[in-house]
Design a protein around this ligand. Structure first.
Ligand SMILES: O=c1ccn([C@@H]2O[C@H](COP(=O)(O)OP(=O)(O)O[C@H]3O[C@H](CO)[C@@H](O)[C@H](O)[C@H]3O)[C@@H](O)[C@H]2O)c(=O)[nH]1
Ligand SMILES: [Mn+2]
Length: 733
């Protein structure tokens, strides 16, 4: 690992880094906060011993234990945050033969939730990187096994021969044609206008085919590929079909329209599927691509992308190479991760879908320890990282799959393609190390988290690269229902990690040390937030309604400890946001979503995980939809109006908590005026919740649109609140 000194910029340095200025004040504050937590724990134990209501006291104690643990994990992330800069302009000066080859993996899995035009734009944006194009190979993994996607990519290959020279000659920055042609600033020269027409034509054809659900013969313009579509026989389903590997563009033979540039490879891969073998979702798809690409091109650098993540900056590859080719660090460097950024986020990000904390703030902290975790997309790998620890290459079944194997046959040669089909077969992995010791790891719905942890566990370092101009943009879910469902899947996957043999608590702390292990715990224990959030969201409120106090009174010094710890944790969270370039409004929305998650995704994630553990349900990877076709819904999103509809039982508990807090606040204020005993902390808590819940009340009462809270949810929540209050009577008396 490098030493933590500020590097001097100069000479041929390709990258520098420097610690953040907040480090020292943060460490000092951490000591103070720890003292506060210790005091609080003492107070809890003390009150537990002499308490006449042990159940209530223990619930609060457990909630505070979880909060304290989560705070400790965030302190680990705040221990040594660093920022980096790269100097890609210096890299460009290197001779071309020094530029390593790149394999790009793009995953798609459903032509309806992930419209083929999205995949096309992502592929085109990376094919057009500022880099010798013949060194780039783009592989598309299609888990949907869809002829529509294949058709779209064929069209993309044709279009790329015009698009690439245009971008390179005119130094276009937006290399996703959709983004370029819909931006107001695009050129109006003849060449650009012709291209725009060509792009529109392609888009129409692809969308027409996607709508009709079938590739009609008259749409196929390349005779070469006509036969491929015959593979989609009547028996073909997405869960049961042979492997299909199709080289759509070949860098050995094909040139662009102007005959100046060689074209990159474009290869469509749909691995074999059968109902009787497990396919391990995205990790399985990526491992298939690892093998197929090893046979065809075996480039030392691999970029992994989700189909919606187009490249937003043509120098991104060179930026990553500033690290991956640096002789001082390259032998131990596993990957360079770019943050996930999203397009079309509403102004203040109402659903907190930017995940600023997870994808940026925390990673700046991870980077000062061992480097960022893997996010599943926007990541440049050293191919070697998939084959065991830096010092010890794990042997594999066939020589052709090794990271050091040199490919010396044309990609279209018969035996190369035959082997590629073989390694894309669904029984190929049986009795091999794939998924356990080699490649992306199997066994969790968050294959990215798992794979990242194992890479660090084996002793690799990683780098977080966060340039000013976003390197990639992806799609974020834009309705609350999609948001909580996505998070629920993550929660289940992360809980699988917590209770696995590679848990960050045991395996993690043992192999990567206390700080990194704790840092990894922060996301792994995501669903645990539900415990303190539900306890604090319901218990003190019910207590207040029954005239029982669970917190210290204002005259009690412990009162101030509660205030201090709450404010300390909250203000530091806000500071993190602002110091990493976000706004106060976005932070406010982020903390509100955190509260909402506690009652929706975290809670239901927990329940589903328990059901799965008891074998009462099975894991599913519900793909997040990237198609926004509901106009009303999009409009509400832009206006930052919450979209709760249609009916979902996930919103029941959240609505109940909202009603209960409102009732508590009203009752508390009534007590204030009738000069009964006033429970200040309880009242403050309820007011804070009510302020956060304003959009929920509005959606219950005032709104008429389709995004309002469905009546059934409101009604059931009302009954549930009543039931809570009544049972509170027995609980507190
Ligand atoms: O069986 C499957 C299921 C999914 N995917 C692909 O996986 C990607 C992610 O799916 P998405 O529905 O977009 O999930 P998200 O929750 O948005 O994805 C985040 O979370 C995933 C799991 O942690 C990571 O893999 C992703 O990179 C990360 O962006 C998409 O490209 C899919 O096409 C497959 O290839 N095969
Ligand atoms: Mn996604």
């Amino acid at each position: 690992m490098e030493s933590h000194i500020k590097h001097s910029v100069g000479g041929s340095t390709l990258h520098t880094y420097h610690p953040c200025r907040r480090t020292v004040p943060y460490r000092i504050y951490a000591v103070i906060h720890i003292c506060g937590i210790v005091a609080l724990m003492y107070h809890h134990v003390h009150s537990l011993i002499k308490s006449d209501k042990p159940l209530i006291t223990s619930l609060l104690f457990i909630a505070d234990l979880v909060l304290a643990f989560m705070w400790a994990t965030s302190a680990a992330v705040r221990f040594n945050p660093v920022h980096r800069s790269e100097y890609p302009e210096r890299y460009v000066a290197k001779p071309e033969e020094d530029c390593p080859k790149l394999d790009v993996f793009i995953c798609t899995a459903d032509p309806y939730k992930e419209p083929p035009m999205i995949v096309v734009n992502t592929a085109l944006s990376v094919m057009a990187y500022d880099y010798p194009s013949d060194k780039i190979s783009v592989y598309i993994s299609d888990d949907g096994g869809s002829s529509l996607t294949l058709f779209a990519l064929m069209e993309a290959a044709k279009f790329s021969k015009h698009w690439l020279p245009f971008c390179k000659k005119n130094n276009i920055q937006d290399r996703s044609p959709e983004v370029y042609f819909s931006s107001k600033s695009h050129s109006s020269c003849d060449e650009a206008q012709n291209l725009k027409i060509m792009y529109k034509d392609m888009k129409n054809r692809v969308e027409h085919v996607a709508e009709s659900g079938k590739v009609e013969a008259e749409f196929i313009t390349c005779d070469e590929f006509r036969g491929v579509f015959d593979l989609w026989t009547d028996k073909f389903t997405r869960h049961d079909h042979p492997s299909i590997i199709q080289v759509l563009q070949n860098n050995e033979t094909e040139m662009d329209e102007t005959n100046t540039f060689k074209m990159p490879n474009l290869i469509y891969v749909s691995r074999e599927k059968s109902k009787v073998s497990t396919h391990h979702f995205k990790a399985g798809a990526l491992n298939t691509l690892l093998r197929v690409s090893a046979v065809l091109t075996n480039s030392p650098v691999i970029l992994v992308l989700d189909c919606d993540m187009y490249s937003n900056d043509p120098v991104t590859l060179v930026r990553a190479l500033c690290y991956l080719t640096d002789p001082k660090i390259k032998s131990g460097l596993g990957f360079v991760q770019f943050p996930q950024k999203f397009q079309g986020i509403s102004k203040n990000d109402i659903y907190a879908c930017e995940y600023k904390r997870i994808f940026e703030i925390n990673m700046v902290g991870f980077d000062g320890l061992m480097g960022p975790n893997f996010f599943g997309t926007g990541c440049f790998f050293n191919r070697r990282v998939f084959y065991g620890p830096p010092s010890n290459l794990i042997l594999h079944e066939i020589d052709e799959l090794g990271p050091n194997h040199i490919v010396d046959k044309p990609i279209k040669s018969k035996d190369v393609l035959a082997l590629a089909h073989k390694v894309a077969g669904c029984i190929y992995e049986h009795n091999t190390n794939w998924g356990s010791k080699i490649g992306f790891r199997y066994g969790s719905l968050v294959e990215d988290y798992y794979t990242g942890l194992m890479i660090h566990g084996l002793g690799w370092r990683t780098v977080f690269c966060c340039p000013k101009r976003a390197a990639f943009y992806g799609d974020a879910p834009k309705t609350l229902f999609d948001v909580v469902n996505q998070q629920k899947r993550w929660c289940i996957g992360l809980l699988e990690m917590v209770f696995s043999k590679h848990s960050p608590v045991t395996y993690g702390i043992k192999t990567v040390g206390l700080l990194v292990g704790l840092a990894y715990c922060q996301s792994a224990f995501w669903a645990f937030w539900t415990i303190p959030l539900i306890v604090y969201g319901l218990l003190p409120q019910l207590a207040l309604l029954h005239g029982v106090s669970v917190f210290p009174k204002t005259s009690d010094p412990w009162f101030w400890l509660h205030i201090f710890l709450f404010l300390g944790a909250y203000v530091q969270d806000l500071l993190d946001f602002v110091l990493e370039g976000s706004s106060c409004r976005k932070w406010w929305n982020d903390q509100r979503m955190w509260l909402i998650r506690g009652f929706t995704s975290f809670f239901f994630g927990y329940i589903e995980f328990i059901l799965k553990t008891l074998d009462l349900s099975t894991n599913r990877f519900n793909i997040t939809s990237k198609a926004n076709d509901d106009e009303e819904q999009s409009k509400r999103y832009e206006q930052e109006i919450f979209n709760f509809g249609p009916y979902s039982s996930m919103f029941l508990l959240m609505t109940t908590a909202a009603i209960l807090n409102l009732v508590t606040l009203v009752w508390g204020i009534y007590c204030l005026f009738t000069s009964r005993e006033v429970l200040v902390l309880e009242l403050m808590l309820a007011s804070f919740a009510v302020v956060n819940c304003l959009p929920i009340y509005e959606a219950m009462i005032l709104r008429k649109d389709d995004g309002k809270l469905p009546k059934t949810v409101c009604f059931s929540a009302g009954i549930l609140t009543f039931a809570f209050i009544v049972s509170g009577y027995f609980f507190f008396k």
